[in-house]
Design a protein around this ligand. Structure first.
Ligand SMILES: *[C@@H]1O[C@H](CO)[C@@H](O)[C@H](O)[C@H]1NC(C)=O
Ligand SMILES: *[C@@H]1O[C@H](CO)[C@@H](O)[C@H](O)[C@H]1NC(C)=O
Ligand SMILES: *[C@@H]1O[C@H](CO)[C@@H](O)[C@H](O)[C@H]1NC(C)=O
Ligand SMILES: *[C@@H]1O[C@H](CO)[C@@H](O)[C@H](O)[C@H]1NC(C)=O
Length: 370
């Protein structure tokens, strides 16, 4: 008996060795680093935290409707892996605008996707997520056309069904190995039967409140169309302040504090709060002016993922000229930006007066959309 059980053990060991060897052979060329970290290759997409940029295309200075200082290429270079855009219908063409194209015009979705494609072509071990706010409710086939022109349809991951449990997402390694490294959520009008890679956001992802003006940043479910316990989740961690006519505008002066790893109103604190509430970290952390904090947003994500944050190159510095970009520089930032925030710049005045002309009430109404 003992002999035969030892034989059996040896046979099993031999089989294991053989299968491991053949497995190793069949996986030659498999990604050894995923989104910068070997540890993330075997992790489900649903178990990873990604830093995202709110209105990633809304780039500029001295403009109340801009949310970022740097364009999508720099955002990706610095480590942003979720890109949120708002697409409006301009004569059938998706155009990236904030609320209205008079207020902010970030160019066509097609041009934007071209930049994403070229970054992804030269960074083949990264999974990137797009989140498209389809304010005008354009059909998914319109977006499919743009993705095809940009060459991103073949790089898009198609889920097996319209709705996936948060635990059922593939690993980053398998997304990378399969060459389907782009995950796209469409917030409105997704249709699995028509364009299955444009994944419906709210049946798969829930969100916390957005456009908040106080620094509490609670973790309560604010928008969903499903069972939050089975969904991925996104925290909207950007602070607004009331501006003229009560319209919200990004609170740039406090961006370093908002993006910080710790402290009142910080991203780090909201993530801790959410982890305590739900037993898991947010999948997506949407921020404004991501580089404020000097990389703190990426530090927070790395901590949530249990990996180290060691950027190989320094991330961009805030466009207002402050070089330290730490929470302690917030007061400097505040005074240097008072011009923009105080509506002194000609660009801002023009924009705001054109707003008045086009009807503030209707703009305020559509602002509620995002
Ligand atoms: C979502 O958040 C907004 C802003 O805090 C709040 O006014 C609204 O009542 C919330 N909605 C839900 C369903 O929680
Ligand atoms: C769905 O995900 C939750 C965790 O988010 C898990 O508890 C549950 O078992 C999963 N359900 C199925 C059917 O896999
Ligand atoms: C807050 O974060 C900063 C930057 O990461 C760090 O140097 C500091 O020690 C942290 N403070 C606390 C109390 O954790
Ligand atoms: C991933 O799983 C670990 C272990 O359960 C958990 O601590 C972490 O919060 C999870 N992250 C996400 C984004 O689900």
């Amino acid at each position: 008996m003992r002999t035969s059980s030892r034989d059996l053990t040896q046979a099993v060991v031999a089989l294991l060795v053989a299968s491991t060897a053949s497995h190793a052979l069949s996986i030659e060329g498999r990604a050894s680093t995923c989104n910068g970290h070997p540890e993330l290759c075997d992790r489900s997409y649903g178990n990873v935290s990604f830093v995202g940029t709110h209105d990633s295309y809304a780039v500029g200075t001295n403009n109340l409707a801009t949310n970022q200082d740097y364009d999508v290429t720099q955002q990706l270079k610095d480590g942003v892996r979720l890109l949120q855009v708002e697409a409006l219908n301009q004569n059938g063409t998706p155009q990236l605008c904030h609320t209205s194209c008079t207020l902010q015009n970030g160019g066509t979705l097609q041009d934007y996707l071209g930049k994403v494609k070229s970054w992804m072509d030269s960074n083949t071990n990264d999974v990137v997520t797009l989140l498209i706010t389809n304010t005008d409710g354009m059909p998914p086939t319109t977006f499919d056309g743009v993705f095809k022109t940009a060459g991103l349809n073949t790089m898009s991951w198609t889920p097996p069904s319209a709705q996936l449990n948060s635990t059922a997402w593939p690993t980053l390694g398998s997304l990378i190995d399969g060459g389907t490294r782009l995950v796209t959520f469409l917030a409105q009008q997704a249709d699995f039967t028509q364009v299955p890679y444009l994944i419906d956001e709210f049946t798969n992802v829930w969100e916390t409140a957005f456009d908040v003006t106080d620094t509490t940043f609670d973790c309560n479910v604010n928008r969903t169309n499903g069972d939050p316990t089975q969904q991925l989740y996104l925290i909207n961690h950007f602070l607004d302040k009331a501006s003229v006519f009560g319209l919200p505008a990004p609170d740039v002066a406090n961006a370093a504090k908002t993006n910080a790893a710790n402290g009142t109103g910080s991203l780090g604190l909201q993530v801790e709060t959410c982890e305590a509430q739900y037993g898991r970290s947010p999948n997506f952390m949407l921020v404004d002016f991501y580089e404020y904090g000097g990389g703190s947003v990426f530090q927070v994500a790395a901590t949530a993922n249990g990996v180290s944050y060691n950027p190989s190159t320094a991330i961009a510095t805030p466009k207002d000229g402050s070089s330290t970009a730490s929470a302690s520089s917030a007061s400097t930032t505040s005074s240097s930006l008072s011009g923009a925030q105080g509506l002194i710049g000609p660009t801002s005045s023009q924009l705001w007066w054109s707003l008045v002309a086009t009807g503030v009430m209707s703009v305020m109404g559509s602002l509620v959309l995002f």
